[in-house]
Design a protein around this ligand. Structure first.
Ligand code: ADP
Ligand code: MG
Length: 459
């Protein structure tokens, strides 16, 4: 199979841009799906997180686009706002050499006002969550009559989150002539049913799970009872000393219980589950991603699709009921060539899950006894802290402005500044813990874009 982007019938600006982005060769799912999709055919793509699905459908919808015609021509449905933001960002990146392409995100959990304003200005490409898009359609604010590409991203997760009805309703507003692309990490029966209903003779492209097995060390620990799991988690954290660890749970209630218990024992921990308000979700993810918090306790839904690099440990508090989900969870560590460890806690009652997993991966798993960490081992504390700035994209604040306001005369060093995350009306910046006070002082005195913004430390 040819894996060069230049073998594809893409316009020159797109190809040039890909090489400037250092996308030199196609990932396996791209190499298999793009030639078919660029012929205009419907495709079902299945592949693990990080396999490059976004660029696959992103290039297709850009290929289908007539920029001169300022109408909505592509719609991408995503399960969460974080994912929609990531997808929109990737599409903008892919489209940056084509002038005047307008990409608009429309997600739930944020005010309607600005979205209505943006819709009045028009867009070529819409990325958003099904509920909110349906809402805009019903109110007549969004017209999809010229849609040529419809993408369902993370379709399995959208169904799990109860978006079936909203998706059906959105589809009613789209022309039958559209090209439909469906991407999913897993392929349960419900997805097959949807595909049959809404797609035309789809080609199925599947890229098998192929983690770099050598990079992920997978260990199964035998625990005596369900109640013993919590102490086991603490022992594992102390033993392995991860700087960045996700603990997966099967229920929301567990995320809260575990986070509370770890917090009481002095760990740097935060939980994320579907109950959080959008603002709290954003803040939680930012603090974990920028290394101000070491441990994230999450349900699968809440952790889905998050692009967190350099995760050195995953703990399965309980095994997932679904082997595919398990493989997905552990694949979040050991990415991009870094090494990682994935620990799963097992009781006798989990025997059937192990059997299902062995069937699925064609491997055999043995359990080992829990480690007893040396008494001298303490919880790993994060090196960074998060500052929140009450100004964001809508105030035209850019990451460079924030970096500028922190550094310079009487400021802190650029090397002491970590990740910067921008939102519409606020921004977060990570700074080394030892310089929080200095950073706050500098920001309070200085101005960004000639204005003073409130700044404080998020705890
Ligand atoms: P998925 O949706 O399959 O989970 P993404 O589309 O988010 O994965 O891609 C994961 C990362 O890989 C992104 O950071 C993206 O920019 C990068 N990427 C995608 N395709 C390529 C490519 N052909 N070459 C290099 N990097 C790529
Ligand atoms: Mg994706």
């Amino acid at each position: 199979m040819n894996t060069l982007f230049s073998s594809l019938p893409l316009r020159a600006e797109l190809l040039q841009n890909l090489s400037s982005l250092e996308y030199n060769t196609m990932t396996p799912i791209q190499a298999q799906s793009l030639p078919v999709m660029l012929e205009g055919k419907d495709v079902i793509g299945q592949g693990k997180t990080g396999s490059g699905k976004t660029a696959a459908f992103g290039l297709t919808l850009l290929h289908n686009l007539n920029v001169e015609r300022f109408r909505v021509q592509a719609l991408v449905l995503c399960p969460t706002r974080e994912l929609a933001d990531q997808v929109a960002k990737e599409i903008r990146k892919l489209a940056r050499t084509i002038h005047n392409i307008k990409v608009l995100t429309l997600c739930g959990g944020v005010p309607f006002g600005p979205q209505i304003g943006s819709l009045e200005h028009g867009a070529h490409i819409i990325v958003g969550t099904p509920g909110r898009i349906h809402d805009h359609l019903e109110k007549g604010r969004l017209d999809l009559s010229e849609l040529n590409t419809l993408v369902l991203d993370e379709a399995d997760r959208m169904l799990e989150m109860g978006f079936q009805a909203a998706i059906d309703a959105v589809l009613e507003h789209t022309p039958a002539s559209r090209q439909t692309l469906l991407f999913s990490a897993t392929y349960p029966k419900e997805i097959e049913k949807i595909a049959q209903k809404i797609m035309r003779a789809p080609t199925k492209v599947e890229v098998a799970e192929q983690h770099d097995a050598s990079a992920i060390r997978e260990i199964f620990y035998q625990v005596d009872s369900h109640q013993a799991r919590l102490n086991a988690v603490k022992d594992l954290l102390l033993e392995f000393q991860p700087k960045s660890c996700v603990i997966f749970c099967n229920t929301k209630a567990e995320t809260v219980d575990i986070a509370d218990a770890l917090h009481d024992d002095g760990f740097s921990v935060i939980e994320i589950n579907g109950d959080l308000e959008q603002r709290d979700r954003d803040q939680t993810l930012v603090r974990f991603a920028n290394k101000s918090v070491s441990i994230l306790v999450a349900t699968d839904v809440a952790a889905r699709g998050l692009d967190i690099d350099e995760l050195d440990m995953v703990i399965n508090y309980q095994l997932s009921h679904d082997p595919e989900v398990h493989v997905h969870r552990i694949g979040r560590t050991g990415r991009a060539g870094s090494s990682g460890v994935a620990c799963s806690l097992i009781t006798d009652k989990d025997a059937h899950k192990i059997i299902a997993l062995e069937d699925y991966t064609n491997r055999q798993y043995d359990t080992v006894a829990l480690p007893t960490p040396a008494a001298s081992k303490q919880p790993v504390m994060p090196t960074m802290a998060t500052l929140r700035i009450d100004g964001g994209k809508k105030q035209k604040v850019r990451p460079g402005d924030i970096l500028g306001a922190l550094t310079g005369e009487n400021g802190i060093q650029g090397s002491q500044v970590g990740k910067i995350h921008m939102f519409d009306f606020c921004a977060y910046v990570a700074v080394e813990k030892s310089v929080v006070k200095a950073a706050l002082r500098k920001m309070e005195k200085g101005k960004i874009k000639g204005r003073s913004f409130r700044v404080w430390q998020v705890r």
